[in-house]
Design a protein around this ligand. Structure first.
Ligand code: GLU
Length: 424
């Protein structure tokens, strides 16, 4: 061990008290260093007279580069298209900094999960390379268009996506792909695919299996537990990321999952779900949306003048995420009145996430519904947001907007919520 000066980014072998580690330095000071190991995990090592450090060839621990491989078509199996949109699932670690960035194409991703070919012929395409927080409505249109094209020849489509805003995309795709008569599966990973601990391959395999089944609609598929037991199939308009980092973070909200799927191909549906034969008309793409829609979260101390900003900026729709049954402070009522007078659609969802809003329990809520605020039952805020964009892209007629917002178009309402669906 040479103990020459080392710096962040160097590939090193470190020995201390008969233990050896190899990795890239991602932090170093006079007392300790942190190594990013090949497995993707970090280890902190004390620097003292017993610590020996040796620089090693940078090539030895480089960026994980999956090889692309040619796939043979198997006539006996269905065709599944995998489209990549970005996110952690399509990311790799830059070992010099420990940071991860979206960089893999769908075909590179697939080449690192060869089990996929046991279930389907796989076609891949990179549509976007975005971390999902950077996605804007233009990306939803791009994705919806690409998915629609693939649906013409595939049994189903899988979209690999960042977790953070996945539910916005899954609900928007639900509204844009009308009469969807095949499965469109959105999947993700909480740990990038080049890490030993990644959840990417299991999520991808379970998604591809789901995409070969008779399911009509957009669903989100990913880990159902913290271990590699099975994946949940959740409805695209009623799913939410409920944990910032755990692999089983996606939960169905106000409903049950559609089913469970295992990597060996087993699938269990947990109730009735929409099938191809339930759709009488052909699927078509309708991506007209009104982008001037906002989500406003109410909180104690909310300054009512903030609502003027949206009104003055020409917004056409506002989703208010109220408290409990759909409350906001009474000092906001005049601003709501102004917004509705200026033809802005105002809808109410709840920040409790679970349960429904209900304007008939408290008298002050009746005032809001009498003003014209549309109470959206158990609809998730992000689904309300994408739906209002889609609806306002089709009509500005107040009565039509109300009717469409309250119509169950893609399973966004559950009229019979069961107690056991809480915190599923
Ligand atoms: N924030 C990034 C995204 O949503 C990474 C999170 C993830 O993919 O899990 O794309």
């Amino acid at each position: 061990m040479d103990n020459k000066p080392v710096k962040i980014g160097d590939c090193v072998a470190v020995e201390r008290n008969k233990t050896m580690w190899e990795g890239n330095i991602i932090q170093i000071n006079s007392k300790s260093l942190t190594l990013k190991l090949k497995s993707g995990y970090n280890v902190g090592i004390t620097l003292d007279k017993n610590t020996k450090i040796k620089k090693i060839n940078a090539e030895k621990i480089g960026k994980h580069k999956p090889v692309e491989f040619k796939l043979k078509f198997d006539k006996t199996k269905p065709l599944v298209s995998i489209l990549s949109a970005g996110g952690t699932i399509a990311s790799s670690i830059d070992y010099s900094t420990g940071a991860i960035s979206a960089s893999y194409s769908a075909s590179q991703l697939v080449s690192s999960v060869p089990e996929l070919v046991n279930f389907a012929n796989i076609k891949t395409k990179k549509v976007l390379e975005e971390m999902s927080e950077n996605m804007i409505p233009k990306h939803w249109k791009q994705l919806a268009n690409s998915v629609f094209k693939e649906l013409k020849e595939s049994n189903g489509v899988v979209v690999t996506h960042g977790t953070d805003t996945l539910s916005y995309t899954s609900s928007m795709l639900s509204f844009m792909l009308k009469n969807l008569n095949k499965p469109v599966v959105i999947t993700f990973a909480q740990k990038s695919s080049d890490r030993g601990s990644s959840d990417a391959s299991m999520n991808l395999i379970c998604s591809a299996i789901t995409a070969t089944k008779n399911i009509a609609g957009v669903v989100a598929v990913g880990h159902g537990t913290m271990s590699d037991d099975y994946c949940l199939i959740n409805p695209g308009t009623k799913v939410r990321k409920m944990h910032s980092s755990q692999r089983d973070s996606f939960r169905p909200i106000n409903c049950s999952p559609i089913g469970k799927v295992w990597v060996d191909g087993k699938i269990k549906f947990l109730g009735k779900h929409k099938k191809k034969e339930d759709l009488k008309e052909d699927c078509y793409l309708d991506d007209k949306i009104e982008e001037k829609v906002a989500i406003v979260k109410f909180y104690p101390g909310f300054n009512p003048e903030l609502l003027d900003v949206y009104i003055d900026k020409g917004y056409k729709g506002i989703i208010i995420e109220g408290t409990g049954l759909g409350h906001i402070a009474e000092c906001l009522f005049p601003k709501i009145k102004r917004a509705i007078k200026e033809d802005i659609t105002v809808c109410m969802t709840t920040q409790t996430i679970y349960g429904k809003v209900n304007p008939y329990v408290y008298s002050n809520l009746r005032i809001l519904s009498d003003l014209g605020v549309i109470y959206l039952e158990d609809m998730l805020t992000e689904t309300a947001y994408t739906k209002l964009m889609w609806v306002l892209g089709h009509t500005q007629n107040k009565e039509e907007v109300r009717e469409m917002m309250l119509k169950n178009m893609c399973g966004e309402f559950n009229l019979k919520i069961q107690p056991n669906q809480f915190l599923y």
